[in-house]
Ligand binder design. Structure first.
Ligand code: MTE
Ligand code: HPA
Ligand code: MOS
Length: 807
């Protein structure tokens, strides 16, 4: 711990109230505002809120079929089960039976038909959680629910073949890609696939609803989007929005999974509370959470590229078929972000991008860190790797040949100019610090002597667009209260999910008022304080809410400065707020003293603040505009060793250089980069979702669904922040950091591919490795490669052919 951190920790423990007074609040690697609470177990999550007397517990009865008509529903046995107080169905919903965030295609409780296996059909309300769960499990009985099964569509390929989409296909073309590909000296055409990913927040979905007087409802919800929870609950009950308050102090992780899909849980808890006039808690068990909620969209790709000798892409086309699941949810915006991230770091003069949101009888896929961006960019990185292997080049050199330029070759396929490009210097710096070229040569020497263990190395860059790609969502509000003793309370529209948003916002306000962080307290997100907030998502939490809080604090500061100038002399504009003091005209007074004087002078000591991101606009018809305020960049070098007999592998070293602009809190930002990297690595390697032929998700618990563990962190994990300032005037010139690092471990996947390639170096084309690169996938790719080697030996291919197709 450094000295500043040490001082702050002391302060957190309450030992020395002003020990942190000299610490500049902003730009300092202070610990998370709840760090000690997280590790001591004192942090209050929704399930830790002391239950009111009379609290009941709800559980959901889930469908057993992926697609069926509900022929009959007889809930007598469920009602008669021990401890049961009530059983609710769609018929009990007074308002609209819908919790869809965009389209109205998301029933809260199934009505007439079920569209996926795991869909909630009824809700049980009982005296205890255990009673509710036992009664809900009667949903498995034929006597309770009888189904007339219909044909389910369970795969992306089947949905695509049926042209079955939740939203119309997206199509973006620039230039003449078909003719550029046709006339290119080299071409390739391939398919690729990547799996989905469960958010696996440590705290599952949960809501606790408390009825209030005059048709009021307070809903404690573990949600990234309190305003939407407020709105869907009100809508479901047929009430005006102002009857409902939604509060969230913190989540034990959201990762996108609580951007929209906390709604079903909030609605069921609130429905039960409204019907029974008692507080009701609904906490989904992990297995139910897996079965009910949507995940990252898995994708099937078809792509094609034409390129020159240097690997420069002359034309490219891709079709990205995403699994949307049974309803639209956020899939439109996810697919749009996929379209806008296919380019990743590369200029594509002539390009054609299609994204399909395929409708299947599976969970409704939703936001997950990166929000379609990873699915868009991954296939580009795979394609570049393919091109390099066809040409026998270092994939790094093909990447560099295609990087966005500065002042030329700098317009994205969707028409936004890349104005803040730092790809080249960032890559240079990482190449030097990671010693990439020498290690690439060393891995070849190692592989030449090692028949079973093969090493692979890869570098991949990231360019990630920051802003909600729906422009109106880019707004935020905050409230700052200064009390008479000079202590400060902040409320803003964002939610805390572990990412450190509250810490950063407190740092911004403390910085603005020249106070130690201990003088600023951030309260729970609460829809009765800031209205009509956006989800804390798209990595924009600190950009938006930091700016809004800064504006509110600035208003108060200006009022105080005027009084200070009057009291101490000097000009209001020259008054400084530093180290807990207010300084003007050579004189100084403690902040608290000035505040008290302001109170006595009847000066308003609280203020709101509002922020709307400038510059962003988007034409959803043409898929062009300026959807992102700016871009965040990064790059990573990963080295793996693969056991070619078992398919097991290990990440031995990763070097990461990531751009967080001028970081508000380097400690928190490094944590985000490390966490995002490991989470993205899990997506591409160990995390595999598997549905059986009935559409039942079989990997619905940690026993069968493997997220990375601490032991999967490489022994050498060199993570650094790139020294930079945002070119745009964001708060403290920082950059959003929540999602972009999830794309860094593309380098892990391609390093595994590199190691597999070394197992049969005679074969020129890239190994057909699917993602996630589980040991099975690795063995399949090794086998395919050996088969290809043997086929090549039997009938050598003409040397000028570079067209390859792989499954
Ligand atoms: N970090 C933690 N610890 N827990 C989370 O749930 N969610 C990620 C990212 N980092 C998440 C996280 C996602 S999906 C987003 S969009 C951002 O945090 C949201 O927070 P921010 O906008 O404040 O960065
Ligand atoms: N990210 C997250 N959520 C969103 C977005 C986005 O870009 N657009 C609309 N909702
Ligand atoms: Mo993050 S996927 O935008 O919640």
């Amino acid at each position: 711990m450094n000295k500043q951190t040490d001082a702050f920790m002391g302060n957190l423990r309450g030992s020395t109230p002003d020990a942190a007074a000299d610490v500049a609040a902003i730009g300092t690697p202070l610990p998370h505002e709840s760090a000690t609470l997280h590790v001591s177990g004192e942090a209050i999550y929704t399930d830790d809120i002391p239950e009111l007397a009379g609290t009941l517990h709800a559980a959901l009865g889930l469908s057993r079929h992926a697609h069926a008509r509900i022929a009959s529903l007889d809930l007598t046995a469920v009602r008669n089960a021990p401890g049961v107080v009530a059983v609710l169905t769609a018929a009990d919903i007074p308002g609209e039976n819908n919790c869809g965030p965009v389209l109205h295609d998301d029933p809260i409780l199934a009505d007439g038909a079920v569209l996926y296996l795991g869909q909630p059909v009824f809700a049980v309300v009982a005296e205890t959680h255990e009673h509710a769960r036992r009664a809900a499990s009667l949903a498995k009985s034929d006597e309770v629910v009888r189904y007339e099964p219909l044909e389910p569509v369970l795969t992306v390929a089947a949905a695509k073949a049926n042209k079955q989409y939740v939203l119309p296909p997206l199509h973006l073309t620039r230039g003449t890609p078909a003719s550029k590909i046709a006339s290119a000296p080299h071409r390739l055409q391939r398919t690729f696939e990547v799996g989905g990913q469960e958010q696996f927040y440590l705290e599952g979905q949960i809501a606790y609803a408390l009825p209030k007087e005059m048709d009021g409802m307070l809903v404690h919800s573990s949600t990234q989007h309190p305003s939407e929870m407020q709105q869907v609950v009100a809508h479901m009950l047929g009430w005006p929005t102002h009857n409902v308050v939604c509060e969230c102090r913190r989540m034990g992780g959201g990762f996108g999974g609580k951007e929209s899909q906390s709604a079903l849980f909030a609605c069921v808890a609130a429905l039960a509370a409204q019907q029974l006039h008692r507080p009701v808690k609904l906490r989904a068990d992990r297995d139910d959470d897996f079965l009910i909620t949507g995940k990252r969209h898995d994708a099937l790709y078809q792509y094609e590229a034409g390129f020159d000798e240097a690997g420069r892409i002359l034309g490219a086309r891709v079709e990205i078929a995403l699994r949307a699941g049974y309803s639209a949810d956020l899939s439109g915006a996810v697919a749009t972000r996929a379209v806008c991230h296919f380019d990743n770091a590369y200029y594509l003069s002539d390009v054609d991008i299609v994204a399909l949101a395929c409708k299947t009888n599976t969970q409704s896929n939703t936001a997950f860190r990166g929000f379609g961006g990873p699915q868009g960019a991954l296939v580009m990185e795979v394609m570049i790797d393919d091109i390099a292997r066809e040409l026998g080049l270092d994939p790094l050199d093909v990447r560099l040949a295609n990087y966005y330029g500065i002042g030329e070759r700098d317009v994205t396929p969707y028409g936004q100019r890349v104005e803040d490009n730092i790809l080249a210097p960032l890559t240079e710096e990482l190449l030097a610090s990671s010693d990439y070229r020498a290690r690439r040569a060393a891995r070849a020497a190692f592989n030449a002597k090692s028949p079973v263990l093969k090493r692979g190395i890869a570098i991949t860059p990231v360019k990630f667009g920051i802003s909600f790609n729906v422009p109106f969502l880019n707004q935020a509000g905050a409230l700052v209260h200064v009390y008479k003793d000079g202590s400060v309370l902040v409320n803003h529209g964002g939610t805390e999910m572990g990412q450190g948003l509250n810490t950063k916002v407190a740092q911004v306000v403390a910085g603005e008022l020249g106070l130690a962080l201990s003088r600023v307290r951030v309260t729970a997100a609460d829809t009765s304080k800031v209205a009509n907030t956006s989800a804390t998502a798209a990595s924009t939490g600190s950009d938006l809410n930091g700016k809004a809080a800064e504006a509110a604090a600035r208003t108060i500061r200006e009022r105080l400065a005027a009084l200070a100038a009057k009291t101490l002399g000097g000009n209001a504009e020259d008054v400084r707020f530093e180290h807990g003091s207010v300084i003007s005209n050579g004189g100084a007074m403690p902040f608290a003293q000035l505040v008290n004087a302001a109170y006595l002078a009847r000066i308003q000591l609280w203020s709101d603040g509002f922020y709307a991101t400038p510059k962003v606009h988007w034409d959803a018809k043409t898929l062009t505009g300026h959807p992102f305020y700016y871009f965040a960049y990064g790059a990573a070098v990963s080295e793996v060793v693969v056991d070619t007999l078992t398919g097991e592998w290990k990440l031995v070293r990763a070097d990461v250089l990531h751009d967080a602009g001028q970081s508000i809190n380097p400690a928190i930002d490094l944590g985000q980069v490390e966490g995002g990297f490991i989470q993205g690595m899990g997506w591409l390697t160990t995390e595999e979702l598997w549905w059986n032929r009935d559409g039942r998700l079989m990997t619905h618990a940690p026993s069968t669904y493997k997220i990375p563990a601490v032991s999967d962190t490489p022994a050498a994990f060199n993570v650094r922040l790139y020294r930079n300032e945002n070119a745009e005037p964001t708060v403290f010139r920082s950059k959003a950091v929540g999602e972009p690092p999830l794309l860094l471990p593309f380098s892990v996947f391609l390093a595994i591919r590199d190691a597999i390639a070394a197992a049969a170096p005679e074969v020129k084309s890239a190994p057909p490795l699917r993602a996630p690169a589980t040991p099975e996938a690795i063995l399949d790719a090794l086998e395919a490669r050996e088969t290809q080697r043997d086929a090549n030996a039997a009938s050598p291919a003409p040397s000028n052919s570079t067209t390859a197709t792989a499954a």
